[in-house]
Design a protein around this ligand. Structure first.
Ligand code: BTN
Length: 325
C-alpha cells in the first residue's frame, strides 16, 4: 500500500495558503487529478477532522490549521521520526512497519495512521482505533542490543510514554507492568513490541504505541477500564504536540539502555512511578490461567516479581494481564 502522498500534497497546498480560497479546478490541475477525485480527497480530509470551508462555485479554504499527522507536520527527535509513512486508513501500523523493516527501512522510521481497521493489542486483543481521535503509530528500531534486553526496552517505552503524556497534559500518570499507562486509574495508552532477533543481536523491533487522545467518550464495553486524555483534562489535546513530546522522551529513554547504569536506573524509575510494582495485591491472567499474589518489585531484567498466594513462592512474571484485586 502506498502512503497517501497526493492527499498530503493537497493538504500542504491548503496549508501554504491559509488566508485565501483555493479554486477546486486549479488544485485538481496542480495535483493532476479530475475534480471528482479532488472532491473525494476533500471528504477524506474532513473525515479526519480537517475543517475546510467550501465556497460555492469558487473552491476551498482551511477554517483553522488542522491537527493531522502528515509527514510535513511531524517534528522528529534525534534519530526518531525523520522518515514518516502516514496513512489515513490502514489495517495495523504493526504489519506495515514490519513489511517496511523487512524491506530495509532504517532505524527510527515512523508509521502512523489516522485510523486502524485491525489495530492489535497485547495478548491477542484488539486496539480500538477511532478515526482522527488517537495516536496510532509504530516505530522501527534497530538497537545494538541482545535479545535479552527486550523486557527493558518494553519498560523504557512505558516510562517514555508516561513522561510525554505528563509533559503535555500535566496529568498524573501511573504505569501498570509491563507498560500500560493509566490516568485517573484507567488505561489511556498501550504498547506492543514485536521483535525479530537472533540470540545475540536484535535485528529489529517494531514498537507500536496507541494513545487515546481526543475521544470524547470511550465505547461502552471499554468504559470501566479505558479513558482518553481529553476525558482526563477536559479539553482537546494536540496530537501533533503529544507525538513530538513522545518522540523526544522515547529517544531519551532508549539512550539509557546503552548508558552505564542506565538499565538499573530504568528499573528503579519504573518501580518509583508504578503503583503496581510493589506491595500491590494483583491477579495475573494468561491463556486462561489466573494466579493471585502480591507484587514485590522488578528483577534486574525488568520482570515483575510476584509472591504467589497458592505456593508462597516469589516468581518472575514474564507476560500476562495484571489486574488489581
Ligand atoms: C496493548 O495495550 O494491548 C497494546 C496496544 C498497542 C496499540 C498500538 S496502536 C499502533 C500499533 N498498531 C497496532 O495494531 N497496535 C499498536
Amino acid at each position: 500500500m502506498l502512503p497517501d502522498a497526493r492527499i498530503h500534497r493537497l493538504l500542504n497546498l491548503l496549508m501554504d495558503h491559509p488566508t485565501i480560497v483555493l479554486s477546486g479546478t486549479k488544485m485538481a490541475a496542480e495535483l493532476g487529478v479530475p475534480r471528482s477525485t479532488l472532491r473525494g480527497w476533500i471528504v477524506r480530509l474532513r473525515e479526519v477532522g480537517v475543517d475546510l470551508k467550501g465556497v460555492p462555485a469558487t473552491g476551498y479554504q482551511l477554517a483553522r490549521l488542522p491537527d493531522v499527522l502528515t509527514p510535513g507536520q511531524i517534528r522528529g527527535s534525534g534519530s526518531l521520526g525523520h522518515r514518516v509513512h502516514h496513512y489515513f486508513k490502514i489495517g495495523s501500523t504493526m504489519d506495515e512497519a514490519n513489511r517496511l523493516a523487512l524491506e530495509g527501512e532504517p532505524h527510527g522510521t515512523l508509521v502512523i495512521a489516522e485510523e486502524q481497521t485491525a489495530g492489535r493489542g497485547r495478548l491477542g486483543r484488539a486496539w480500538h482505533s477511532e478515526r482522527g481521535a488517537g495516536l496510532y503509530f509504530s516505530l522501527i528500531l534497530r538497537p545494538a542490543l541482545p535479545a535479552a534486553a527486550a523486557p527493558l526496552l518494553t519498560l523504557a517505552t512505558g516510562i517514555a510514554v508516561a513522561t510525554g503524556i505528563a509533559e503535555v497534559t500535566d496529568l498524573e500518570t501511573d504505569i501498570r507492568w509491563p507498560n500500560d499507562v493509566l490516568v485517573l486509574g484507567k488505561k489511556c495508552s498501550g504498547m506492543l513490541l514485536e521483535m525479530t532477533a537472533e540470540p545475540e543481536r536484535i535485528r529489529f523491533v517494531i514498537v507500536g504505541i496507541g494513545v487515546n487522545v481526543n475521544q470524547s467518550a470511550m465505547p461502552k464495553e471499554l468504559q470501566d477500564e479505558a479513558t482518553s486524555l481529553r476525558l482526563g483534562v477536559g479539553r482537546a489535546v494536540s496530537r501533533l504536540d503529544l507525538l513530538a513530546a513522545l518522540l523526544r522522551s522515547l529517544e531519551r529513554a532508549y539512550a539509557r539502555l546503552t548508558e552505564a547504569g542506565g538499565r538499573a536506573g530504568l528499573v528503579n524509575e519504573f518501580e518509583g512511578r508504578s503503583s503496581f510494582a510493589r506491595g500491590r495485591r494483583v491477579s495475573v491472567e494468561e491463556n486462561g490461567t489466573r494466579v493471585t499474589g502480591s507484587t514485590a518489585g522488578l528483577d534486574d531484567s525488568g520482570y515483575l516479581l510476584l509472591k504467589r498466594d497458592d505456593s508462597g513462592a516469589l516468581e518472575p512474571i514474564y507476560t500476562g494481564q495484571i489486574r488489581p484485586l
